[in-house]
Write a protein that binds this ligand. Structure first.
Ligand code: C5P
Length: 289
């Protein structure tokens, strides 16, 4: 028996780091959004044992280092299910190590997919502890939509959905280490913080432009040598007519929100000439579970 599931990318409309926990993790305050840009996942469960993963990107780990494989392991282990053979195929479109939660979203989709395929009927609340075992962004990726994420990322509050818009995402050709960016941030010295309350208020009012002018990610201020390129992409998006732009997660992807489709298409075309991994997408307003 098998199932097909979609794993959507996420954006941080805002990202704030509040404090370092004793555990080494950080308390966050982030407004998250889901985009239509997605990976296709098929899951088959049959008699036997072992988890097999194949993807269209040969450089990705295919073993327990891959969060999709770990998600299947965790699902069977936490629910004490008898072992089965699980075959996962992923067609990736979301760029890897990009701040778009591609890996977390794959893991979340495997949890949702197995829940449905095996008829377990777990609620989103019941999936949350398993999701958090896999990573801080995985609980959000199980749920999707416009959400305020706090704690490590697992305390989720639904917000009024971001009005439908056109989104250009541009990933420059380098990657940023998430742990090293967290190490570099000093919560006592953050100079600019996003206006999270203002974003929530703008969402309540359904005012896309008021959300867009408040997009901000505190990691943009601790980027070191990479800041110039990130800022140049932000500026290019704004010059092309974006209502606002920011880096997503720990980067390096930068995105811009547009209310005008033609301007978004033009921005996508222009940035594609310099950046191979440039995408034109929309936000996805429905929650996933
Ligand atoms: O939870 P996840 O495995 O995705 O986190 C990757 C790394 O990011 C952690 O090892 C930690 O260094 C950092 N992190 C953090 N606080 C968070 C989320 C992630 O310090 N809330």
């Amino acid at each position: 028996m098998g199932i097909q599931v979609l794993a959507f990318g996420k954006l941080n409309l805002s990202l704030d780091v509040i404090r370092r926990q004793a555990s080494g993790y950080h308390d966050m305050k982030m407004v998250m959004e889901t985009v239509e840009l997605c990976d296709d996942i098929s899951i088959e469960v049959s008699e036997g044992t072992g988890i097999e993963l194949t993807t269209n990107l040969p450089f990705l780990p295919m073993d327990g280092q891959n969060l999709a494989v770990r998600a299947a392991e965790v699902f069977f282990r936490e629910l004490n299910l008898p072992p089965k053979r699980v075959t996962i195929r992923i067609f990736k479109r979301i760029p890897v190590s990009a701040g778009l939660a591609g890996g977390s979203s794959n893991a979340a989709a495997v949890l949702r997919g197995l829940n449905e395929l095996l008829g377990m009927g777990l609620s989103r609340e019941e999936l949350m502890p398993m999701a958090l075992l896999l990573g801080s962004d995985v609980p959000y990726c199980v749920v999707g939509g416009t959400v305020l994420a706090e704690g490590r990322g697992e305390i989720l509050t639904s917000l009024d959905p971001l009005p439908g818009c056109h989104i250009v995402i541009c990933k420059p050709n380098f990657s940023i280490s998430t742990p090293s960016l967290f190490q570099r941030i000093d919560c006592g010295k953050i100079r600019h913080r996003p206006d999270t309350a203002g974003i929530c208020e703008a969402l309540r009012a359904g005012a896309l432009d008021q959300v867009a002018v408040r997009l901000y990610n505190v990691f943009e201020d601790v980027l070191d040598g990479r800041a110039k390129e990130i800022m140049a992409i932000k500026r290019a998006l704004i010059d092309a007519g974006a209502l606002g732009a920011a880096m997503s997660g720990t980067g390096p992807s930068v995105f811009g929100l547009f209310d005008d489709e033609a301007l978004a298409r033009e921005a996508h075309l222009r940035l594609s000439k310099s950046y191979r991994e440039t995408f034109l997408t929309r936000n996805r307003r429905e929650t996933l579970i």
